[in-house]
Design a protein around this ligand. Structure first.
Ligand SMILES: [Ca+2]
Ligand SMILES: [Ca+2]
Ligand SMILES: [Ca+2]
Length: 192
């Protein structure tokens, strides 16, 4: 057992050693690295990449994109399957919907029907002639088969997916930023 006097002296020495070491200077952090990967050399016209979601449930987030602007072009809504090696590039593209006019600015991912598979919501901007459809594409086959359901025909510049009333079902929010119809809208998910 250490005598009380020696123990106190030892504490003082340790404190002095701590003080003599001085402040620890933070070194400059290394720069982050962002290696470039080419995913697709020929994507849909005017690709609008906005969201990711694991559409085929393999544990890797996939990229969903749609063609936006200019009006009157035709292309498709598609997703890229994430490869096992994210740095490999040239991800495989799968079609969700074609053709669509190049006014599909709104995209969101959510499990709208609660079956455990992520679905995709999409909407057309106000530039589209009526009907400006707001759609939910139900994922019925590992991201390779889709069942479309139209939930509105008043368009939306953007879509946000969230469970706003806490009932466990994901609702959708949208609004147009131009044209004659510009309310903020909630499409509440009432299930089947
Ligand atoms: Ca995936
Ligand atoms: Ca689903
Ligand atoms: Ca809800």
């Amino acid at each position: 057992m250490i005598p009380e006097k020696d123990f106190a002296m030892k504490q003082i020495v340790l404190i002095l050693l701590g003080c003599s070491a001085g402040p620890v200077l933070a070194s400059e952090p290394a720069a982050l690295r962002f290696p470039h990967v080419l995913l697709d050399e020929k994507p849909p016209q005017n690709p609008w990449i906005k969201i990711v979601g694991d559409l085929n449930a393999d544990g890797r987030p996939d990229i969903i994109l749609a063609p936006m602007q200019l009006k009157s072009g035709m292309h498709h809504i598609a997703w890229y399957k994430a490869p096992p090696d994210a740095t490999a590039g040239n991800s495989k593209q799968h079609i969700i919907k074609e053709p669509v006019e190049t006014v599909s600015h709104a995209l969101a991912v959510a499990d709208s029907d609660g079956d455990g598979k992520l679905d995709v919501a999409a909407a057309r901007m106000h530039q589209e002639k009526h009907p400006q459809e707001v759609d939910v594409y139900l994922n019925t086959g590992g991201g390779l088969q889709w069942k479309r359901q139209v939930i509105a025909t008043t368009g939306s510049y953007d879509i946000v997916a969230a469970d706003l009333n806490g009932d466990g079902r994901t609702d959708l929010l949208g609004a147009n930023h131009g044209g004659s119809y510009q309310p903020v809208e909630l499409w509440r998910n009432g299930g089947r």
